[in-house]
Write a protein that binds this ligand. Structure first.
Ligand code: ATP
Length: 322
């Protein structure tokens, strides 16, 4: 049995690592991919997790599988492909220190997962199914994602969705919006940033935009991550805001994934369906999620920065409730 199974991209993020002795740029090979980050958090919090996706049958692909094996995320849903290479992304820092990405994904293995390659048994044996929109940028992974979603709904899983909009990976913004909205039709839990919320709804007001999504797409729980401003949620006509923890952030990579992994952990632990959760319970859950996200920003990288459950509880205890 699994608690959470996720489908999506697993790739290498080459992050800047200074200069060599002969002044050449150095890059550090880091695992990347939002769905796998979410699973890694849940796995570190002792939940049973499994990943479904495609990797190239190359050094990078086998390195990534090893990373998930090491953190106890089941890799039985990974398909290795001889014909395509593992997706790579290089991160560059511009003159202001902002991150710029170059993706090597033309195609990349993650886009090439086929419907018939999905391990449906894993989905059938899980409580939650999680996905993003990167697996919907191109065929055949788009159809594979939709097949997995339909199956998850048929089997009554709770479906969690983090669109994670990456403009460079879409042919056009119109196509991105259309596909991201298609995903909304399946979501029970939606996690978006403020920018994504405005992109999807065209509404520049968080309350109105989340109300529009809950009414238009019948999404039971929507949460908006606000970086160092904390987080917001809407459950039907109820809403709430949870203030952030003050930390010295050095790298925000994976904070959103950590936030969502922590939220799914809390929902699973509660043993309740979303409808049954009181507003005060949801506020406590978001507080725990804010703490997990904040702790992740205090260390470099996504997976290496994930705290243990004890570290999150200690942090909340020392910082106090907000
Ligand atoms: P991504 O798009 O990279 O997946 P995101 O935009 O969804 O991430 P963030 O809003 O950056 O995610 O972070 C998620 C949560 O982590 C926030 O809602 C907040 O609770 C916490 N967090 C992030 N950055 C900070 C920060 N600088 N200080 C305190 N808390 C932070």
């Amino acid at each position: 049995m699994y608690d959470v199974v996720a489908l999506g991209e697993l790739l290498i993020d080459f992050t800047p690592a200074g200069l060599s002795s002969n002044q050449c740029f150095l890059f550090e090979q880091n695992p990347g991919g939002a769905p796998a980050n979410v699973l890694s958090v849940l796995s570190k919090f002792n939940k049973a997790t499994g990943f479904i996706g495609k990797l190239g049958n190359d050094q990078f692909g086998h390195f990534l599988k090893g990373v998930l094996d090491d953190i106890n995320v089941s890799t039985e849903g990974i398909v290795f492909d001889d014909e395509v290479r593992t997706t790579l992304a290089f991160v560059h820092l511009d003159e202001n220190g902002d991150r710029k990405f170059s993706f090597y994904r033309n195609p990349g293995a993650d886009m090439m997962l086929k419907e018939e390659e999905i391990n449906l048994e894993m989905i059938k044996n899980s409580k939650v199914f999680h996905f993003g929109s990167l697996s919907m940028t191109h065929e055949p992974a788009r159809s594979a994602t939709l097949k997995a979603l339909k199956y998850a709904k048929e089997k009554d899983l709770l479906v969690s969705y983090d669109p994670n909009y990456r403009p460079l990976l879409w042919k056009s913004i119109e196509e991105a919006k259309q596909q991201i909205k298609e995903g909304l039709r399946y979501a029970d839990i939606l996690k978006v940033s403020e920018e994504e919320l405005e992109l999807i709804t065209g509404i520049d007001d968080m309350k109105k935009a989340t109300e529009f999504l809950y009414k238009g797409y019948d999404i039971p729980f929507i949460t908006v991550t606000l970086g160092d401003k904390g987080s917001y949620f809407r459950k039907a006509d109820d809403e709430g805001y949870v203030s952030p923890y003050k930390v010295k952030a050095i790298d925000t990579t994976g904070a959103g994934d950590g936030f969502l992994g922590a939220l799914l952990y809390q929902i699973l632990e509660s043993g309740k369906v979303i409808k049954e959760l009181e507003i005060s319970e949801l506020e406590n859950m978001l507080r725990f999620s804010n703490a997990t996200g904040a702790l992740i920003t205090m260390k470099r990288g996504a997976i290496p920065a994930i705290p243990t459950l004890e570290e999150v509880y200690d942090f909340i205890k020392t910082q106090g409730n907000h």
